[in-house]
Ligand binder design. Structure first.
Ligand SMILES: [Zn+2]
Ligand SMILES: [Zn+2]
Length: 244
């Protein structure tokens, strides 16, 4: 197994073990949330990687075979490209998903009423196609001669995604240090808040929210989370625009 993937899996295990009380509480997680998040995990863990391979091996290789593995950049640049530049693109991508036209496809992610690391994969089947990650990461891995540092950036972004949704409380010293530039789990809770909309769109870095006026970090925690929707499990997964 690739080392960056192994580290991501380790982060998953640590977060799952340290928050097991949260995600095993039947008051917070019912049968339907297991089904929808299980399906989301399957899409993210199997469907999206297969799609990446298909896009790279079939589409890019046939359209532009000479470009495969031709770009050589320093490891640090490749890491920052993944961790910072794509993160900035995602900030606008995510803001776009909150616009009325795209919101029905993103709303499923916001239906969780309590965050835990399983909820990080909650999405409709179609939503990963709208995320900048799929297309940009696939194209860049195709172009790079050595994508290993770029993939470390991808693994770090995925680990932060799990952390952000995990419901772990951020210790004061982490809040003061890493919290100066990273989106913390408490920040992302506010993004899922029922009372406050349009804040904390960032994934890795909070700088984009700070720069563009959408950063929100009050002293207290968000209380009520999640949008209330009505609709079947298959509507949530396959026809999210039908949810009411
Ligand atoms: Zn959102
Ligand atoms: Zn979220």
């Amino acid at each position: 197994m690739d080392l960056s993937l192994a580290l991501l899996f380790f982060c998953f295990l640590v977060l799952a073990a340290s928050t097991w009380r949260q995600w095993t509480d039947p008051e917070k997680r019912n049968r339907e949330s297991w089904w929808i998040d299980g399906a989301g995990l399957l899409i993210q863990g199997l469907g999206v990687p297969l799609l990446r391979v298909g896009v790279s091996a079939v589409i890019l290789r046939s359209l532009w075979p000479a470009a495969a593995g031709q770009v050589e950049i320093p490891g640090a640049t490749a890491f920052l490209l993944s961790f910072t530049l794509i993160d900035y693109l995602y900030y606008w991508n995510h803001r776009g998903l909150h616009n009325a036209g795209l919101w029905p496809l993103h709303r499923v992610h916001h239906t969780t009423e309590s965050l835990d690391l399983w909820a990080s994969s909650r999405n409709s089947v179609w939503t990963p196609l709208l995320l900048v990650y799929l297309w940009s990461q696939t194209a860049i891995v195709f172009l790079l001669k050595d994508p290993s540092w770029f993939l470390w950036g991808v693994a770090a972004s995925n680990a932060l995604d799990l952390w952000r949704h995990s419901s772990v409380r951020t210790p004061a010293f982490v809040r003061k240090t890493l919290g100066a530039f990273l989106i913390l789990p408490e920040d992302h809770e506010w993004h899922h808040s029922r009372d406050r909309h349009g804040v904390n769109f960032g994934a890795n870095l909070n700088l984009w929210d700070r720069w563009h006026g959408s950063f929100h970090r009050p002293p207290g925690r968000a209380e009520a989370l999640g949008v209330i929707t009505k609709g079947s499990l298959s509507d949530r997964l396959w026809r999210p625009w039908r949810l009411r």
